[in-house]
Design a protein around this ligand. Structure first.
Ligand code: OOG
Ligand code: NI
Length: 466
């Protein structure tokens, strides 16, 4: 680093803070664009207050992990991109806000012609500062069957530039200088926001929109417009069933099924529900320059409840039980509940059986015992004595089957068969210009760090999991 760069470092706004500012700006913009989102935020914060008031155990757990402070600002959004160029630049844009691509999601097997990643912060402290994340999908044009239409879609996408020139300049400035100062950061937030804004005016004629739409509604949503409008912003609730039940009273019509695991005493992974896309007036631009009014539906509302991150073993069990429930005849919710009877529902079993990840803490009693030289050496014994305690790590990612369900319910399409093409992570990473991070490795690392820290605080050489 040059002397000048080192001197500037003091003036730079931390990427975590740029992300926090961006997340607030995005939420304000979406609230203005989609008033129902504001309504949903109120409902969620009301339910969260109630849950925290009634469930002292949960409130304590969230205080211990610090999640309580991030609860109100917690949300994710989603966008759909049209080309490798857009995806690669989006990666650079998110990097300014300290967000990295985590995980690979193939949705083609569920009949949605995209594959995706989630941009998010990866370190505990950063997640704490702002957990904002964006589920980012790339359209797979190669899955459009009709070659003429594929070519047409490609040429429309080639014509558009979704980033403002100033946003691009600030990304470059960040990459070269190593950071942005206050003024630049504020300008970056405003400029980056433009990419996610809704545009009423389409890039295509009504006829082409129709053709694209007949291939797949999603293809029309990506190709026909000027940019990747944010299509939902999702707040985190502590009780998704209460929000689901509360929605109709506020005139919101939720999708019938909550995606993910069933209701449990110890929540795992992610449960999600959404309400239908809005019908919005759009303007198509005909070849001769004339304008034609039309309608498009893409934007919707969603809520989520997050639970414990699962280990590969836990995830395999989850996938198996979910799959069984989906194959079963009859009522889906009953089948799901029946299947998940096989998934232990207390934190102690989840931990002992290696199904979920945990964060370990040295307790005040543990520190006192250390001072008297009365500590056991083994983790289980320390836990049993209350010298070490633990809390589940919250799941920070997404679920492919759930995501497919959310896509489908909001595109209003009858489920279509899976595409013949399968997952193609290599192609995705080539287009992204970087590998995606392995989410499971991130949780394992966080768990390991907490054990190392705990051992150090208690003056032990190491603490090992069985
Ligand atoms: C993304 C749908 C997936 C989630 O939370 O799983 C999703 C989209 O519709 O673009 O948002
Ligand atoms: Ni979502």
């Amino acid at each position: 680093m040059s002397v000048q760069a080192a001197a500037n470092q003091d003036e730079w706004v931390h990427p975590d803070e740029i992300r926090a500012q961006f997340s607030r700006a995005m939420s304000a913009m979406y609230r203005a664009e989609v008033p129902l989102y504001g309504e949903l935020l109120e409902l969620v914060s009301q339910v969260n207050r109630q849950v925290l008031g009634e469930d002292r155990e949960l409130a304590k757990q969230l205080e211990l992990t610090g999640e309580i402070q991030r609860l109100d600002m917690e949300r994710h959004g989603a966008i759909r991109l049209g080309s490798a160029r857009e995806l690669a630049t989006m990666r650079r844009l998110f990097a300014v806000m300290g967000m990295s691509p985590v995980g690979y999601y193939d949705l083609s097997c569920a009949g949605v012609p995209v594959h995706s990643t989630a941009f998010r912060a990866i370190h505990e402290g950063s997640l704490q500062h702002s957990p904002f994340r964006v589920f980012t999908s790339l359209l797979r044009l190669e899955l459009i069957e009709n070659p003429g239409l594929r070519e047409l879609a490609h040429s429309v996408l080639e014509r558009r530039s979704i980033f403002t020139p100033r946003a691009l300049a600030l990304i470059e400035r960040f990459e070269q200088a190593g950071g942005l100062d206050q003024t630049e950061a504020a300008e970056f937030v405003a400029q980056a926001l433009e990419t996610f804004r809704w545009h009423r005016e389409a890039m295509v004629s009504a006829a082409l929109y129709q053709q694209l739409s007949e291939q797949h509604r999603l293809i029309a949503d990506v190709v026909a417009f000027k940019g990747p409008h944010i299509n939902h912003l999702t707040p985190r609730t502590l009780d998704i069933d209460a929000v689901q039940a509360g929605m109709p009273r506020r005139g919101i019509d939720p999708k019938v099924i909550v995606e993910g695991p069933p209701a449990r005493r110890c929540p795992i992974l992610l449960r999600q529900t959404s309400f239908k896309a809005l019908h919005e007036q759009v303007v198509f631009v005909e070849e001769n320059g004339e304008r034609a009014l039309g309608s498009h539906s893409a934007r919707f509302g969603e809520i989520e409840q997050r639970g414990a991150a699962l280990t590969p073993k836990g995830r395999a069990l989850y996938d198996r039980l979910l799959d069984n429930a989906r194959q079963a005849d009859g009522d889906y919710v009953s089948a799901l509940t029946a299947q998940f009877a096989d998934f232990p529902d207390d934190y102690d079993s989840l931990r002992r059986q290696g199904l979920a990840y945990f964060r370990y803490f040295a307790s005040p009693a543990g520190l006192a015992a250390k001072a008297c030289g009365e500590l056991a050496g083994e983790l289980e014994a320390l836990l049993a004595a209350g010298h070490v305690c633990c809390e589940p790590l919250v799941y920070e990612d997404f679920l492919p089957v759930s995501a497919a369900g959310i896509f489908q319910s909001n595109l209003g399409d009858a489920a279509r068969d899976s595409y013949a093409h399968s997952a193609n992570q290599d192609a995705f990473e080539r287009d992204l210009g970087a590998p995606v991070l392995d989410e499971l490795a991130l949780y394992a690392e966080t768990q390991q760090c907490s054990l190392a820290q705990c051992a150090e605080q208690l003056g032990l050489a190491a603490l090992l999991l069985d």
